[in-house]
Design a protein around this ligand. Sequence first.
Ligand SMILES: [Zn+2]
Ligand SMILES: [Zn+2]
Length: 344
Amino acid sequence: MKAVVYDEYGRMPSLADVPEPECPAGGVVIAVKATGVCRSDWHAWMGHDPVSLPHTPGHELAGVVHALGAGVRDWAVGDRVTVPFVCGCGVCSWCLAGEAQVCPDQTQPGFTGPGSFAELVTIHGADTNLVRLPDSVDFVTAASLGCRFATAFRALTTHGRLGSGEWLAVHGCGGVGLSAVMIGVALGAQVVAVDVNPAALERASSLGAAAVVDAGAVDSMASAVREVTGGGAHVSIDAFGSPESAVASVQSLRRRGRHVQAGLLLGPKSTPPLPMDLVISQELEIYGSHGMPARDYPAMLRLIQDGALRPADLVGQVIGLEDAGAALADMDQPGKGGMTVVRL
Ligand SMILES: [Zn+2]
Ligand SMILES: [Zn+2]
C-alpha cells in the first residue's frame, strides 16, 4: 500500500510502497478516506515528540472498516468511522470509566505506531475507540474534527463549562483556536480572540468573535483581554501552547475563572511559570485537556448534524496523499487560512 514515510527527523517525508498492516486482536484496519495535517505531526517529525523511525504520521482520520480483529463485538467491515487521537486500551480502570483520553496504556496512530498518511491504518481497542459517523457527515469533515476540533469542544464544555453570555478568551488562532472560536460562539459566549497574525484574527472575526487582540500591538495580552471583557474572561483557553500564552491566558481570567491548556507544551523551555498566587487569591481553575474519548463524540456530532457547528468551514485546502509530506513540513509557518485535509 501507499504511505507517507520519513526516515530521519526533519527530512522531507516521501510517498512509499509499504507492507499492509496486520489486524490485531480486538482492533481493526481502517481504509483511510481523509486525514488531517496537524502541528502535532510536525512536532513528531521535528523530534520534539520522539517516534520510532522510519515513521508514518497522521492521527486525524476518517474512513471505512476494512478488516476486523478477533473479538471485536460492535463493528463490521464497511462501517464509516472516525477515532480520537488517543486510543484507550479498553480494559484499565480509566477506560472502563469512559476516560480513555488518559489511559496509561494508550495508543496513538501516527505516534506510538504508523499513522493515517496511508491507505490503511491499524486501530487498537475498536470497541473502546471507534466512533460511528452519521451518513450526513462526510469524511473530510470527520477528519477535520480532530484532534483540534474535538479537543476544543471538550476543553470548552467538559473543562471550561462555558455558558451562554460568558466571555471566552482564545489565545492562539490556529486550528484549535479557531475551532474554539466557532464552538464558543455556538454556545452563546462572547469571544475575544488573541493572536499575532492579522489574517488569523480576521478569520476569528468572520467566525463570530466579538473582539480581537493583536498580541503584537499591545504591551500585555492579559491586560488587553481584561479590558475588553470588563474585568477578565470567565473561561480562557491557551490553544497555542507556549509559556507566554499559557501565563497570559491565566492572567486574563476574572475571579473564579477557568483556564484550559489545550496547546501542547513541547520542546525545550516549555514549562510555563504559572502565577499560582493568582490561582489561590482569585480561586482560578486550571485544566489540561488531552483530546476527547470516543464516548463523548455523539453529543458533538449531533451539533454538527443540526448545523450548529460547521467544522467544514475551518478546512482551508484539500490535498492528495502525494502532497501530504510537504504540507506537514510546512506546519510551522503561520496559518494560511484553515486546516489542510488529505483526501484518499
Ligand atoms: Zn486503558
Ligand atoms: Zn492533531
